[in-house]
Ligand binder design. Structure first.
Ligand code: NDP
Length: 312
């Protein structure tokens, strides 16, 4: 009856509710698209998820979500969904191993970290050879030890990544295109007070160079246009996220920024398809709000399926 696509807090919460409502949900949690569990798998300590007053590690929290979904009979499949045919119901959903039909779908595929297309950062250049978009995933690798590391961005992610990198690098520079942080005050203060962190205001990245790994970054002052080259061992993008919607082949209405447009709770422009979590939320983007919208999506599906049945 119900296929849930995704494996973060939204997907597993939807699965818990749907399984308890006897909808026998099948969750496609992805495989090549990234580790099941979503963005919390690349986080360390989560301090703001209610119910864990001492904090909990992101992967441990996701393990608990998944276990709870399984407890009520959710079937979890470790494959990616490659496309969805929304033209008729039941929907035809293609995974890497075949086709499955579903009356309803909850899309909870989340978002991925954005990158800039600056010379030296492409896949065939220094991407994953010192350039990454996730300090928490990659920061501990030896090439970054005792080096000057550069984080691009001015939001909470940039601050969090910079603070995390202080454990490894000799000095961390946060490069921001403005002279004011977007990050929350409490996070910003932690970075501004940290002896290993230095802010580089009003600058953008123009080039990354190296040999087998990154050796330097070139920054440009946005006011004077002057460029400066800095010795660097690593570059970390922390400039926000992009929703994962490509498998929908443009068949569902999106907001102008690419996030799925939702109407009345979690319904989308296609009847029978619902969206939850970061794939439809560019504002709150928290584990707890994703989980909340996963719950809403499961309840919306349950009501919608009941209406369909009573209409026949
Ligand atoms: P944000 O959208 O908040 O910040 C992105 C940052 O990147 C901004 O400072 C932006 O600059 C900058 N940026 C965007 N595009 C470019 C570009 N092309 N060139 C240079 N700089 C660019 O994203 P985050 O990932 O930081 O945070 C997302 C959400 O997650 C927020 O709500 C945040 O509060 C939350 N979060 C909370 C954490 C926590 O509480 N522990 C940790 C991490 C995230 P500008 O400011 O000029 O627009």
């Amino acid at each position: 009856k119900l296929v849930i696509i995704g494996s973060g807090p939204a997907a597993y919460t939807a699965a818990i509710y749907a399984a308890r409502a006897n909808l026998q949900p099948v969750v496609y949690e992805g495989f090549y698209s990234g580790p099941p569990g979503g963005q919390l798998m690349t986080t360390t300590e989560v301090e703001n998820f209610p119910g864990f007053p001492e904090g909990i590690m992101g992967p441990d929290l996701m393990g608990l979500f998944r276990k709870q979904a399984e407890r009520f009979g959710t079937q979890i499949i470790g494959e990616d969904i490659t496309s969805v045919d929304v033209s008729e119901r039941p929907f035809k959903i293609e995974s890497s191993s075949g086709v499955v039909m579903a009356e309803a779908i909850i899309v909870a595929t989340g978002a991925v970290a954005k990158r800039l297309s600056v010379p030296g950062t492409a896949d065939h250049e220094f991407w994953q050879k010192g350039v990454t978009a996730c300090a928490v995933c990659d920061g501990a690798i030896p090439i970054f030890r005792e080096k000057h590391l550069f984080v691009i961005g001015g939001g909470d992610t940039a601050i969090e990544e910079a603070l995390f990198l202080t454990k490894f690098g000799s000095k961390i520079f946060i490069v921001h295109r403005r002279d004011e942080l977007r990050a929350s005050k409490i996070m910003a203060q932690r970075a501004l007070n940290h002896p290993k962190i230095e802010m580089i205001w009003n600058h953008v990245l123009t080039r990354v160079e190296g040999d087998t790994v990154v050796r330097s970054v070139t920054l440009q002052n946005v006011n004077t246009m002057e460029e400066t080259k800095h010795t660097a061992g690593g570059l970390f993008f922390a400039i926000g996220h992009e929703p994962n919607t490509s498998f929908l082949n443009g068949k569902i209405e999106l907001e102008s920024n690419g996030y799925i447009k939702v109407f009345k709770g979690t319904s989308t422009s296609v009847e029978g398809i619902f969206a939850a979590g970061d794939v439809q939320d560019h504002i709150y983007r928290q584990a707890i709000t994703a989980a909340g919208s996963g719950c809403m999506a499961a309840l919306d599906v349950e009501r919608w399926l009941a209406l369909q049945e009573s209409a026949h």
